[in-house]
Design a binder for this molecule. Sequence first.
Ligand SMILES: NC(=O)c1ccc[n+]([C@@H]2O[C@H](COP(=O)([O-])OP(=O)(O)OC[C@H]3O[C@@H](n4cnc5c(N)ncnc54)[C@H](OP(=O)(O)O)[C@@H]3O)[C@@H](O)[C@H]2O)c1
Length: 324
Amino acid sequence: MSPTSDTDFPSPVRVAVTGAYGYSGRYIARRLVDLGHEVITLTNSPARQNSFRGSVPAFPLAFDDPAMLAESMDAVDVLVNTYWVRFNSRGFCFSEAIENSRTLFAAAKLAGVRRVVHVSITNPDEKSGLEYFRGKAVVEQALADTGLAHTVLRPAVLFGHEDILVNNIAWMLRHLPVFGVFGDGQYKIQPIYVGDLADLVARSVSETGNRVIEAIGPETFTYRELVRAIGDAIGCPRRIIAVNPRLGHALAWAVGTMVRDVVITREEIRGLMEGRLYVDAPAAGNTRLTEWARANRQWLGGRYASEMARRRDRRHSYAELRGG
Ligand SMILES: NC(=O)c1ccc[n+]([C@@H]2O[C@H](COP(=O)([O-])OP(=O)(O)OC[C@H]3O[C@@H](n4cnc5c(N)ncnc54)[C@H](OP(=O)(O)O)[C@@H]3O)[C@@H](O)[C@H]2O)c1
């Protein structure tokens, strides 16, 4: 008998995870496979190297062909959506990502998907002047408007192998004699381990009803404290100085030209400084960044992690795609 409501999910279920050969999607898919779920991925990079040995087949994120997208989700019970873009660039932008997300949700509904687990961001806000946070709020609303049962997970920043922000702070600490923080560096940030996010997703897959989870880790840092903690963990304690955000952006841009990447955008600096990566909520993850960074001190920041390389090269795994 086929299920009639989301409380009737047979267990295990069939789950479509976007970007399972990427960063968080990989951890999520691995966790779901280990729990016995049947997992497929919807991806822009079906040929990317991955460790699933064929157990997570890939289907294209065919935003220009909603019927094909729906067909790919045939018999899928739960969609886990990690799809988003980090900034506007040649070839991708927030406005397109919003429309693509709408298309994905509509295709899921057409395919008979019963539940969506959606990865968003802390403090999404339709009134924000920052496109990232505004777009995330629009997409959350678009999901709610479908009427599909859903869980929204709102991480601030992820850390783990293949992470960009924490790794690249470590990379700069290894290479520079001083570290400049934007402004006073007193704005807060609450990193969550990507494996803890995967656990939250795994639990959400078999939940019922609608829920929003502030997916934050157990430690809250000011940005300054975060830099200090990473420096201490990798054995590169550096003097931390306040830098005018415009100058900081110009310096980051200069580094970016060397590593052929966008190190950080003006919007990302504003988001940080507005405290958007902080919420007043209980921790949802257990892994402490301070302990994790110490345990991974050998490799953390050893090589630069490039966002643009991930977009340019769709064959190599994220772990291999490093610049610097
Ligand atoms: N990473 C963080 O620190 C962080 C912090 C807070 C919130 N989040 C949210 O967590 C979710 C997953 O993030 P992630 O870092 O794990 O991302 P990711 O694995 O790099 O990418 C997730 C998905 O989005 C697609 N994608 C990413 N950038 C794209 C672009 N420019 N053009 C087209 N497709 C693109 C990927 O394509 P492929 O299928 O080709 O891999 C993949 O399907 C996102 O919604 C993000 O906003 C992340």
